[in-house]
Ligand binder design. Structure first.
Ligand code: SF4
Length: 260
């Protein structure tokens, strides 16, 4: 599949990922330099085993970053691209966040770039999905702050008054016959996912929630769409519904099909 949106901006995370892995290799080399004389004193075989372990580690690290870069830039479905995703989520991302703060790169910039990298990974998936397998997951802050209608239990309660984007998104969910859910937080989002068991998620959220969500639901692929926050975080946020339609047109079997 090939999305037309939201894969720009992956360069920051990929640069930081490469630097992170070089840093790890530098740190482990220095550690080796300190401990190897002692290991040799104890037993030469220990030293040889440790050295081989270190070489194996370097091999995994170098293979990992090459895979991540190839997966992101060539956007082909490499057999082991899941390994690249796992490596990025669990290993490279926290390290990048850690050292990024010392050079003044904000967490949100790194998170945003990570979302673009994640979307590039999603681009490598060859499968298409039935509407019943796709979930659009929205944050509650998209609802107009003054709207008193309860939409978290049932988005169909929305009256399409036009004061927020929920009405348009409701129409899209009806048109494409996909699931749509509105979550007030991570716990409810997890509950919704357990209940619906989607095979593909289009999630709208801020940088932090998107990254948390992508990490939580792995290996379910999540296409992340960052919301807009014209009035600041968590209130009256917006999303361009065209982005959701583009994603659905790309991901659904028979474009625009309506599952009967
Ligand atoms: S579009 Fe729906 S959710 Fe948004 S303010 Fe109107 S009725 Fe409420």
């Amino acid at each position: 599949m090939k999305f037309e949106i939201n894969t720009e901006g992956k360069g920051l995370f990929l640069t930081m990922a490469t630097i992170s892995l070089i840093l790890i290799m530098a740190v482990t080399t220095v550690l080796w330099w300190f401990i190897s004389p002692r290991l040799h004193e104890i037993n030469g075989i220990f030293a040889q085993i440790a050295l081989n372990g270190l070489r194996g580690f370097y091999l995994i690290v170098i293979t990992g970053i090459v895979l991540v870069l190839m997966t992101c830039y060539l956007e082909r479905n490499f057999l082991i691209s899941k390994f690249a995703v796992r490596l990025s989520i669990n290993f490279i991302f926290p390290i990048s966040i850690f050292w990024g703060r010392f050079v003044g790169i904000s967490k949100d910039r790194i998170r945003e770039s990570f979302v673009h990298v994640n979307n590039a990974f999603v681009n490598t998936i060859n499968s298409m999905f039935k509407p019943s397998e796709v979930l659009i997951l929205l944050p509650h802050c998209l609802q107009n702050n003054n709207c008193e209608i309860r939409i978290t239990n049932n988005y169909m309660n929305c009256k399409n008054c036009g004061k927020c984007d929920i009405g348009d998104l409701k129409n899209i969910a009806i048109e494409y016959k996909v699931h749509l859910a509105i979550a007030t937080g991570g716990t409810l989002a997890r509950r919704i996912i357990v209940k619906i068991r989607p095979k593909f998620i289009i999630a709208v959220a801020c940088q932090r929630d998107l990254v948390d969500g992508i990490q939580d639901v792995f290996p379910i692929p999540v296409y992340g769409v960052l919301n807009e926050r014209p009035e600041g975080p968590c209130v009256n946020t917006r999303v361009n519904s065209k982005k959701i339609k583009i994603a659905l047109d790309t991901v659904l079997v028979n474009n625009l099909n309506k599952e009967s």
